[in-house]
Design a protein around this ligand. Structure first.
Ligand code: UDP
Length: 331
């Protein structure tokens, strides 16, 4: 076993979970991947054992924690597509909220009370200000964001009642891929902007569209704060260290503080790949706020975290290297 002990990575076979597993291993821990493989990939589990299980299965969670003598849990196992959550909220509340309760129940049964939780900038809805501080959470505009905000509130109650320590990390738009191009974004269907645009270049997406050009933003398209998954991984290790030092936890934005519009992303992809993305304009996607840009100051102050890998060229080049390897160009 790695010298610093085991960390359970719920959802470790997914996009962000696999990158954080690698970082956990690099930091000297053993990442134990716990994933039901509903959307995760067996090939993404490279740095420790895989336990195939569902977070809702609290008994399996507890036995896994006991078997590996797990010191803390990172929880990535969730559904995360905004549009899908609007169409099927029940699936989101079951998988995200009820699933997390199963995980928490299993953790407490096994005597493990430290959790790093994947939250989201979607807890802010139409915050109407930029950059957004942590205190602005609450007026969510889609079931995905609501499901994550509910879990944050559950975690605050657990902290108060049971002394259960947790850090919720509100990621803005995760993107990019590990430089090895062994792990990256791979979903079926893919709904996120950068992978869809790159897959359009490869001939795998035939209907790439910009959703909404009538937002109250400089060029009319929606603005987001794009943070490289390698930066997210660094922040997770900082959060883990803080919990292992005995801190009670809290809530932190993970973003860069800089926003880019959908059009700016599409233009950057053209610049970095040398190819123009075939694009049509469509109406707004349900549940999408106009602007989400993080105020990253709290994470910098308390976690010592500042994004270092999230310049657009690095984001797009690393994602493009992954996509070219993961699913080569059609035709
Ligand atoms: N978007 C788009 N076309 C796509 C996918 C996304 O125009 O094929 C837009 C989407 O409406 C949003 C932004 O890109 O304004 C980022 O969307 P994504 O799904 O990547 O992340 P989200 O912000 O929803 O978490």
């Amino acid at each position: 076993m790695a010298s610093k002990g085991a960390i359970l990575i719920a959802g470790g076979a997914g996009y962000i979970g696999s990158h954080c597993s690698k970082a956990v291993a690099d930091a000297g821990f053993l990442p134990v991947c716990y994933d039901n493989l509903a959307t995760g990939h067996r090939s993404f589990v490279q740095w420790g054992p895989l336990v195939v299980g569902d977070v809702a299965d609290s008994i399996k969670v507890a036995t896994t924690i006991q078997k590996y003598d797990v010191r803390a849990v990172m929880h990535f196992a969730a559904s995360s597509a905004v549009g899908e959550s609007v169409a099927d909220p029940q699936a989101y509340y079951l998988n995200n909220v009820a699933g997390t309760l199963g995980l928490l129940q299993g953790m407490r049964a096994a005597g493990c009370d430290r959790l790093v939780f994947s939250s989201t900038g979607a807890v802010y809805g139409n915050a109407g200000r930029e950059p957004i501080p942590e205190s602005a959470a609450g007026p969510t505009v889609n079931p995905y964001g609501r499901s994550k905000y509910m879990i944050e509130q559950i975690l605050a109650d657990y902290r108060a009642a049971y002394g259960f320590a947790s850090i919720a990390l509100r990621y803005f738009n995760a993107c990019g891929a590990d430089s090895s191009a062994v792990i990256g974004e791979m979903r079926e269907p893919e709904t996120h902007l950068i992978p869809r645009a790159l897959m359009a270049l490869q001939g795998h997406v035939g209907d790439f569209a910009i959703f909404g050009a009538d937002y109250d933003t400089p060029d009319g398209t929606a603005v987001r704060d794009y943070i490289h998954v390698d930066d997210l991984a660094v922040a997770h290790i900082a959060a883990l260290d803080r919990l292992l030092q005995g801190q009670p936890g809290g809530v932190y934005n993970l973003g860069t503080g800089t926003g880019y519009s959908v059009k700016e992303i599409v233009d950057a992809i053209h610049r970095e790949t040398g190819e123009a993305v075939p694009v049509v304009m469509r109406e707004r996607r349900a549940g999408d706020p106009a602007i989400l840009v993080a105020d990253p100051a709290h994470a910098e102050r308390e976690l010592g975290f500042k994004a270092q890998h999230s310049d657009l060229p690095n984001i797009i080049r690393s994602a493009w290297a992954w996509h070219q390897k993961a699913h080569p160009r059609r035709g």
